[in-house]
Each structure stands twice: as C-alpha cells, then as structure tokens.
Design a protein around this ligand. Structure first.
Ligand code: IMP
Ligand code: ZN
Length: 340
C-alpha cells in the first residue's frame, strides 16, 4: 500500500540526523548525469563509461560493489568531488536533515593528479562551507581491502584535517573481503588519538567469525549489525552500542529478506539505541525521509514515535556536547510547533 501523503510530508519536514552515508554511494542519478556530461564536455569520457547506464531503478543493481568501478571514474578529480559533495549536502538538507555525518574513503588518481590529501581537503572545503540549514561533519573510511599502511595513512590524514570537522573513523568496504584484524593497529591508533569509531558489523553471516574482535575493540557505533549470535547481542545490548540502520540498503543488497523481517524490529522491541540512515541514497534510490516512511509503515510507528526516534539519534552523533544541545533545542522548537 502506498504511504499517505500526510506521512510522507511529515517525514520530510521532521528534523533528522543522518549518520551513515558514503559519499560515492550517495551521488544521486541527477549528479551522475551531470558528471557524465562534464566528462563528455572535457573529452575524458572513455568508451566503457560512455556505454554505462546510470542506474535508473533498483532492478538494475545486481552487483552493488561493482557499481563503484563506474562511479569512481566520474569522481576522479577534485572538481568532481566538489560538485558531488555539495550536491549531496544540498539534497540531504532539502530532505530535512539538520545534522549530517558524511563518510568517505580518501582516494587518489594518478592521471588527474588527485591525491588522497587533495581528495580529503576538497571534501572538507565543501563540508565547511558556511550554511545555516544543516551541520555537516566527516568520518574518514578505511576500506577492508586497504593494506595496513593505507589504513595508517587514512588515520594520519584524518589527524591532519581534524580541526576541519573530521570526527571519526569507519571500517567499510566489500564485506566478503579483507579482515579487521589486519587493520586493527590503525584503528587502535585512531582510538588513542580520541577519534570516534564506527564499524560495519556482521552485514553477512560470514562476517560473524570476526564479531568478537570487532566488539572487543570497543566501537562507538555499529553499522547494520544484521546477524547477531547470543554473545554479540549481549555485548551490544549490555554496552548500549547504537546501531546505524539502513533498511532499504539491506533489503536491496539482499542481506535481509524483507522490511517486515528487518532486524530493527528487535531493536524497537528492546528499546535499544538505533539511528535510521540511508547508506547509499544515490544507488538505492531512497532518501532519509523515505527510510522513516518505510519504518513507520512497517512497524506501525506514529508521528510521536518517529519524532522520538529522530530526537534520540542526537545522542549518538560524533560531534561535541554543544552541538548536541543546539540540535536538541532545534528539535524541541519543531516539536512545540508541530504537536501543539
Ligand atoms: P566512498 O567511501 O565515498 O568512496 O563511498 C563508497 C564506498 O563505500 C564503497 O566503495 C564501499 O567501500 C563503501 N560502502 C558503501 N556501502 C557499503 C555497505 O553497505 N557496506 C560496506 N561498505 C559500503
Ligand atoms: Zn555502509
């Protein structure tokens, strides 16, 4: 059944916090077309990319991680990164997101001269553009396929740019590749420097073997946490570790069978901290308000419960107490107007 326009409208207007959004997966099809046109005009559109069809529906996504081979060709120089980051922030702001933690893996490209440092400094130059409709922070991602040396490089870059609103470090990437153990020294370093850490956790059943190592590390938040054995569940519930929930991403990637069986139902039942997020709004065709609509419809949440869920998420952001207090004030003012 199609959601009511009243609910859709409410979920767009509701002030929201987005904490799990990969930059290169959040590029909207519109921006992908813009970047294709730009490459065409510059004469740098190669045959392979020219033959690629920008995803226009979920049915086209068969191999999610393979998509990045094309997307990364669209974002291989600083100007493309600038356009991309700005468009993504604009789109989240237009969807009612008031606080956004973007995350990205610093990337270099020999042909264009882009370095990991220039990549990150470009992203941050946009993240820090003054605007009063949204607050943006950055998490630096370490890909599971990275070498330990590359992981240390990411932490060093995060440290170098820390004062420019880098708030945390993430473990991401193809869940069937690499291991946390091999990269752990870099995460230890990040933690010792005071960075917050979020880890993609148990997205697929095969990841469960490394769950004890990930949890023993003491992450501040977990992404997905789809498959939990008793020990993991006890640890996560016992330590109140917030979980970043990306319903559409999980259903489209087929790590979860349906919205109805999505593991967020357990978190709702246990009143365990979670945050609704998008993961990759560009390739999954779902913005954050839509994730709220889906959750509301699937689990029969009313408007007050949706507001509470959004309000609680403020406690799990990686920014400082002052920012949390400011956001709570914004949310409370909105609540007064909306519900009175
Ligand atoms: P980037 O870090 O800005 O380049 O964003 C794209 C990257 O995010 C991909 O190459 C993946 O490594 C990572 N990513 C996006 N979605 C997921 C996910 O669901 N699980 C794990 N990694 C992901
Ligand atoms: Zn993710």
């Amino acid at each position: 059944m199609a959601p009511s326009t009243d609910l859709v409208d409410f979920c767009v207007r509701l002030p929201k916090v987005e904490l799990h959004a990969h930059i290169n997966g959040s590029i909207s099809p519109k921006t992908m077309h813009q970047l294709m046109d730009r490459k065409r005009a510059m004469g740098t559109l190669n045959e392979e990319l020219a033959a690629w069809q920008v995803p226009d529906s979920l049915e086209r996504i068969h191999d999610f991680f393979a998509l990045f081979k094309y997307i990364y060709q669209l974002t291989e120089d600083e100007e493309a990164i600038r356009i991309t980051t700005r468009n993504i922030i604009d789109e989240f702001a237009a969807d009612g997101v008031k606080y956004l933690e973007l995350r990205t893996t610093p990337r270099k490209n020999q042909a264009t001269g882009m370095t990991k440092e220039s990549y990150l400094s470009t992203v941050l130059s946009v993240v820090n553009e003054p605007r009063d409709d949204i607050i943006v922070r950055l998490i630096v991602s370490i890909d599971r396929r990275n070498t330990l040396e590359e992981a240390f490089e990411a932490v060093d870059l995060a440290t170098k740019f820390r004062s420019q609103n880098v708030v945390g470090i993430d473990l991401c990437g193809d869940v069937s590749k690499g291991s946390f153990e091999a990269l752990k020294p870099a995460f230890d370093k990040a933690k010792s420097l005071g960075f917050k850490v979020t880890l993609h956790f148990n997205e697929i059943m095969e990841n469960m073997v490394e769950a004890p190592a990930l949890l023993a590390f003491g992450p501040d938040r977990l992404g997905h946490a789809t498959f939990l054995d008793d020990a993991s569940r006890q640890h996560i519930y016992g330590n109140n570790i917030p979980v970043e929930i990306c319903m559409t991403s999980n259903v489209v990637s087929k790590t979860v069978d349906s919205y109805e069986t999505h593991h967020v139902k357990d978190l709702l039942k246990e009143k365990h901290p979670f945050v609704l997020c998008t993961d990759d709004k560009g390739v999954f065709f779902s913005d954050l308000s839509n994730e709220f609509v889906i959750c509301a419809n699937t689990f029969k949440m009313n408007k007050e419960e949706l507001f509470e869920s959004s309000y609680r998420a403020i406690d799990y952001i990686f920014a400082d107490t002052k920012t949390k207090e400011h956001l709570k004030q914004v949310w409370n003012e909105w609540r007064m107007q909306e519900f009175n």
